[in-house]
Design a protein around this ligand. Sequence first.
Ligand code: PD2
Ligand code: ZN
Length: 280
Amino acid sequence: MSQQVITPELCEWIAEQTRAGHASESVLAAMLGSGWDEGVARQALARTLGQSATLTPPPGATVGLPEPEMSRFTPVIDAGDRHVKVLMALRQPRVIVFGDLLSDEECDGITSLAGKRLARSETVATGTEGSEVNAARTSDGMFFERCETELIRTIESRIATLLRWPLDHGEGLQVLRYRPGAEYQPHYDYFDPGHVSTPSILKRGGQRVATLVIYLNTPTAGGATIFPDIGLDVAPVKGNAVFFSYDRPHPATQTLHGGAPVIEGEKWVATKWLRQGVFT
Ligand code: PD2
Ligand code: ZN
């Protein structure tokens, strides 16, 4: 089936239906009846009506996601031990760029701890249980244990406060180093429900529901975090971070993202993935 596109005409039609007094649920039902994919229809409603689209979540969706306190949209959020800047926020899909999440010293502390333990990055292998080296991801990486050092604990507890998500629902921080030419091709961070290894992965805390990629340095050129579905490129700047959430393991979340090739210098990131439940 060809990809369905949310056009200005479609958004205008949704707005018209709403002005005529039709509830969001009825507009959704009418769209499904005329052949719209449910994910695309929900996106179109959310994009047109914003918070006023009162839809019951799709079956299987995670209700209540990691999310900072954004109701007053202050330029700075108190994350407990540090004030974190909000540089950009997109509602649908939820993407927020934070400034000054980590100090320069904290970034350097993590890179120096991680540097000694880097190995060529692996991803979940296709069709088997386990992981394998993958050409789509040409970085070197390592994982910290949760709360492995005082510095890691401090950062994890800041993230838990900022995103209002319990510390024990997070995986250990992953650090990646990209050299010039290295990239991470576009992918989704949730576990593919159709993959053989997914049922055993989900036993340790359920699905991933959000990602926070923290930039530990500023590459000279290249290395943006890209979101191809929404045409967004986030510049990697030391201490800043990009956050995005997804309420179900489905491309309709529009959370396809990747790390563009580094052109000059190195790029270092620390990624925190948040799970539905306690990650063991
Ligand atoms: O380094 C990045 O920009 C990046 C891009 C896509 C990191 C990840 N995904 C990740 O760690 O999942
Ligand atoms: Zn990713």
